[in-house]
Structure formats: structure tokens, C-alpha cells
Design a protein around this ligand. Sequence first.
Ligand code: SIN
Length: 335
Amino acid sequence: MKRLALISLGLALGLTAPISQAQEYVIKFSHVVAATAPKGRAADLFAAKVNEKLKGKVRVEVYPNSQLYNDDKVMEAMRLSSSKTTGILAAPSLSKFVKLSSNLQAFDIPFLFDNMDDVHKLVDSPLVEKMTKPMESKGVKALTFWDNGMKVFSVKGDKPLRAVPDDFKGKKFRIQSSDVHEAMIRAMGGTPQKLPFKEVYTALGQGVVDGQENTWSNIYSKKFHEVQDYISVSNHGYLGYLLVVSSDFWNGLPEDIRNELTAILKEVTVEGRKFAAEADHEDRVAVEKAGFAKVVELTSAERKQWKAANASLEKQFASEIGEDLLKDIHKLLGN
Ligand code: SIN
């Protein structure tokens, strides 16, 4: 009787959920790019589908532009969170996972992939399970891979980046928190500087760094081209994402909800590839049309020079990535 009276009072004050009301799970999806970028669009599509199909059971809130966390902080927050009802979901770029799985550094090896078809061969193969496995013991569940695209190099100065190492010498380049990228910039003759994504525009504008490497959609949506003089179409490496969530939260979800979320993610991954391919083309056109940075193609001789400069990197990181894994990747890609 006393318990009933307390519950009624709680209900009247809005403090207690009605006993019959099912648990609503909340997923906070934190990312660092613009909502218009491929990852932003895929995150919004995921939220829209979940919020419609699982209404009352799961609610997804999306936080773009590093509003909630930057990529390093989100991993930390995810690993520290023990909530079974509110989960943090993130999709950091593959270059930011070294602390969770050194295997994933394979994605950072310059010139490993000739194009997005090569990337998809790897991402759609069973090899990626091997690459994400080490995360499980660290409390992080890998869900799916999302695309962005191939990277190009931009720079401020009186000439574009063409000759290696001459055009890189004396220049500082912003990189993500990847040791492979650090070695790559050094191999090309430049000076690397690791910086969070949200600091890149200001760092370029204020001359803290002279250049950076990124995809067309990140360059355009964050206006990097407005503070750079040249963009060299190098397509030297891939930028993609791994969707991750805290294992405690994920494993604690009812099985039917987990299955629904997995199915929705599968659909969104397919759509996300289309968003990325569209942006890759459209944002390049938009950058060229804007007329701030001049876009230059590398000649095949120049590209050969860039490749040669980076040829020793794979060996340098082979023991961290795994010799056998690298062999398997080459076999898969036929290179
Ligand atoms: C992202 O696409 O999530 C950011 C990549 C970067 O840090 O350059």
C-alpha cells in the first residue's frame, strides 16, 4: 500500500516511469565532420531510420562538428562509460585507432589502394575481422566500416606539391594521430604535426601549418581550400571510418534490438558509400569552381616519385601491422 502511494506520488511529480513503460535506450552519436559530409549524412540517416523503426525503444541523437567530443576524447568516453542505457557511438577515421588495434594501421599505408574498388575488396573481406578483433578485449565493439574517399594534398605557397622531396621541404603538414602518416610526411621531406580535425582550418589560416592531406568532402565542407593555394590530386591514401560502440552497452541490449540496429547499419553502410562517391565528385567540382585553391594533377612520373619515397613505410610498420596480414592484403588486392 505504502509502495503504491509512493509510486503514485512519484508519477504525479514526473519522477518515476510508469511500471509498464519499456526501457528506452539512448545512443549518442558523436562525430567531428559537417552534417553535410558523407559521414554526417550517414549518421543522420542512421538516426532517422532508428528513430522511426525503433520509436520508443531506441533514440539516436547525433552530435556533428566535434560538438560533443573530438575523436580521441570520444574513444576515452566510450571506454569509461558503464551505462547500460545510454551508449556512445562514434565513427572515427581508421587512422585514429592505433591504441585499440595496431593492425588497422594497414589502411594508412600510402599507395596500398589504387582506388575505392581496392578499398572495398578489403573492407568486404573476412580480413577486417582479424583487424578489429584486438578491440574486443578493450571494451570496444566494431560495427561496420563507412567510406569517405581517397586523400589529396593541399598547401599554401607559391607552387603546388609536385616534386618529392623538394616541394615538401621546409613545410609543415597537419596530420591525424597516425604514426604511419607521420613517417609518410617525413619520407616526403616535410614536417608532420598531429592536430585534431576541428583545429585544422584555423591552423591553416594562421600559418601554424602550411598544408594538410584530406578528402574532397572534408576540404570543401570545412573550407580548407579557402586558406590554401594549391591542391595536388595525389589519391595517395584512403580515409574511411569504423563505427564503434562500447561493448558493455552493445552486449547489454536486448537481442531483438541489437539485430534491428545491425540490419539498419547494413542498409546505411550501402547508402553511405553512395554519399561518399557523390561527395567525392561534387565537392571536387565545388572546390574548383570556388577558385581559391588551384587544383593540379600529378604526372605519372611525379606519382612514381611519390610512391618511391614511401616505398619503405610498409616494412617499417610490418611488425606492428602483422607480416601475415599484409601478405594477405596484397594477395587480396593482387598487388
Ligand atoms: C574525419 O573525417 O572524421 C576527420 C578526418 C581528419 O581528422 O582529418
